[in-house]
Design a protein around this ligand. Structure first.
Ligand code: PLP
Length: 447
């Protein structure tokens, strides 16, 4: 069980001005209120309705470039593979693909999405603890760059499938380095008790075994120690030091190795966290792995897409309870699951110019879903938000739309991409017809 989140002191919440200062894609205009790049969010709400996910193309580009530049500046030969599960919108993937990013996928659906967005199979790595035979077959037929295997059972399965297809699968072993990334228990992946990867002590034996299998070309080792890592580079350094040691052991046995996959996990500042700069991560990779002279791969998701998105929502009503004020939004936990699942904190900005400077009082911000955990925040300092007022939930570009469900028969929200003064709907709001499509009631039930 995850330990309960420590109670947040609302006194530490950043002010609206502080939130805006850290997010250059969002500005406050005296007439238009909150504006993303050059598009007023109120205009998007008017045209597209709410709730709607809104992504800043400029932010996605800026962050993709910053990451690649940091790796290049450190003198590393590196490729960046966006973790598709953070945001699988085809326009987001297409934009990042055009920035030279590949993809990290964990399912057939993500592989198909990345390919449909124009990312070549030669830039896609397939991760995940349980790939089906069908998924492995498709990955090999597409000519995938790399499959990250997570167990001896999977290695044997991949070899058999590839041999049957007359192919050689490029496989890396995902190693569990048993380091503590010091992040939320639900997003820690690099401890020995987690389900991910093969035990460090077994990795060399498995690597040697791969080299003997007919359907496999062993090409490297991989790790991914967790997500939303903000506390220094210690955990990364520890994990990469272990990878370096393993590379040396692999080479000492005369086995080939072509690259090291350093995973994702770089954290962002949702509230007051100190988010590491990409240069710090590049420095950690350089320090621990640089001497090996191997190309490295990175699989960031949250760091690239998180700050690029907001969830735009309208207030349904303000309810004065006996002890607290509740602001009820038309967005809910089925749209943005992170607060309910990870106790996560998201900045909430009013959109109207007047509300951005109005007096503040504490409020709980909740959705209409019939669950007590459908609560985005408690005791947040917010202005009066009458019915119809708009708010933006910040930093929801990663693990936002991708974690949505239709719980309470609520259609999936629309998605919009803003690019300068232009915006486009990049995913329609789900219709009620689509919500029930595919369901049928057997005739015998209706007799
Ligand atoms: C989820 C995941 C990532 C991306 O994690 P972020 O915290 O979003 O950077 C990278 N690699 C693997 C294997 C993952 O499962």
């Amino acid at each position: 069980m995850a330990a309960p989140a420590p109670a947040l002191d609302p006194g530490n919440d950043p002010s609206f001005a502080e939130l805006l200062a850290q997010r250059p894609q969002l500005t406050r205009h005296a007439h238009d209120g909150l504006v993303m790049e050059d598009v007023p969010l109120a205009r998007i709400a008017e045209v597209v309705g709410t709730p709607t996910w809104v992504y800043s193309a400029g932010t996605l580009r800026r962050r993709a470039r910053a990451l690649r530049a940091a790796l290049a500046d450190a003198g590393l030969t590196a490729t960046v593979h966006f973790a598709t599960k953070a945001n699988d919108n085809l326009s987001v993937l297409a934009l990042l693909g055009r920035e030279g990013l590949g993809a990290d996928v964990v399912s057939e659906g993500e592989l198909r999405g990345a390919r449909a967005a124009g990312i070549p199979a030669s830039a896609i790595v397939f991760s995940g603890v349980g790939k089906s035979e069908r998924e492995i077959r498709l990955a090999l037929a597409e000519g995938i760059m790399q499959i990250n295997a997570e167990s001896i059972e999977e290695i044997d399965m991949i070899s058999a499938i590839a041999a049957g297809m007359g192919r050689i699968a490029p496989v890396a072993i995902r190693v569990n380095p048993d380091v503590d990334a010091k992040t939320h228990a639900k997003i820690t992946t690099g401890r020995s008790e987690n389900k991910f990867g093969v035990a460090y002590d077994d990795a060399l034996t498995l690597y040697a075994r791969m080299a003997k299998l007919p359907g496999i070309r062993p090409i490297g080792i991989a790790t991914h120690i967790g997500s939303q890592i903000t506390i220094g580079m210690g955990a990364y350094r520890a994990a990469y030091a272990r990878l370096a040691e393993l590379v040396r052991a692999i080479r000492a046995q005369g086995l080939p190795i072509e690259r090291v996959d350093c995973g994702g996990g770089l954290g962002i500042a949702y509230r007051d966290e100190i988010a590491p700069a990409p240069a710090a991560l590049a420095g950690a990779i350089k320090a621990e792995l640089g001497a090996l002279g191997l190309p490295v791969m990175l699989e960031p998701g949250r760091w690239i897409a998180g700050p690029a998105g907001v969830l735009l929502s309208r207030v349904i009503l303000q309810k004065q309870g006996t002890a607290r004020r509740f602001v009820v939004l038309d967005a809910a936990m089925n749209d943005l699951l992170r607060p309910a699942m990870y106790d996560s904190w998201h900045g909430i900005l009013p959109v109207s110019p007047a509300a951005l400077v109005a007096p503040l009082a504490p409020a709980d911000v909740v959705g209409p879903v019939c669950e007590s955990s459908d609560c985005f925040t408690r005791d947040r300092a917010l202005p009066d938000l009458p019915p119809g007022a708009l708010v933006a939930l910040l930093d929801t570009g990663a693990y936002g739309a991708t974690m949505s469900s239709t719980y309470n028969a609520r259609p999936l929200a629309a998605e919009v991409l803003v690019d300068g003064a232009r915006f486009a709907v990049v995913r329609d709001r789900q219709s009620y017809e689509a919500l029930h499509a595919g369901q049928r009631v057997p005739e015998w039930l209706m007799e």
